[in-house]
Design a protein around this ligand. Structure first.
Ligand SMILES: [Zn+2]
Ligand SMILES: [Zn+2]
Length: 169
């Protein structure tokens, strides 16, 4: 990822283009322009052919340079929020820990090594949802299933199975 340029590299028309897409009506400043796909939904800004992460760009414009090697962690958990006071410079490791604690992050972007209950996420203990690639701790998933089994009667299970079948048809 290229470094965000200093404010001075933005022309007045770049500035206009940038701020036109920032919705400041709420507590968060929501970026209404292009966003990344999949798990990387950070706002993106095209500056003379270079794709830049908007939250970094705006942080550098309004607050100052981001210390070398640091990422900006979203306090509000909205990747496409660009409000500088919602951004905390932090190391990648801190960022990963934060994501793991909040259960965010998935697939190859997830750095979580343990689930929220402290089970290690080895390949044997990780379930990956086929639909979206989200990772889950298998131990917790099984425990939840067991809990469900305990709290539901056979009739409940049959009903659920019928529902599932009806959807599949
Ligand atoms: Zn925010
Ligand atoms: Zn677990």
């Amino acid at each position: 990822m290229s470094k965000a340029p200093q404010d001075s590299t933005l022309s007045p028309s770049d500035h206009a283009r940038l701020w036109r897409r920032v919705d400041k009506s709420d507590g968060c400043w929501i970026w209404n322009g292009a966003r990344g796909k999949g798990y990387d939904t950070y706002g993106r800004f095209n500056l003379r052919g270079r794709i830049i992460r908007v939250h970094r760009l705006i942080y550098e414009i309004l607050i100052g340079p981001i210390p070398e090697g640091l990422q900006l962690r979203h306090r509000c958990d909205i990747p496409y929020c660009v409000a500088p006071w919602h951004l905390i410079p932090s190391t990648g490791a801190e960022n990963m820990r934060d994501m793991a604690e909040k259960g965010r992050g998935a697939g190859r972007f997830s750095g979580a090594t343990h689930c929220i209950k402290g089970h290690e996420l080895t390949s044997e203990n990780t379930y990956i949802f086929p639909s979206n690639g989200t990772r889950r701790c298998l131990t917790c998933k099984r425990a939840k299933q067991a809990e469900w089994n305990r709290s539901h009667t056979w009739a409940d299970r049959m009903a659920r199975e019928r529902e599932r079948r009806a959807k599949a048809v």
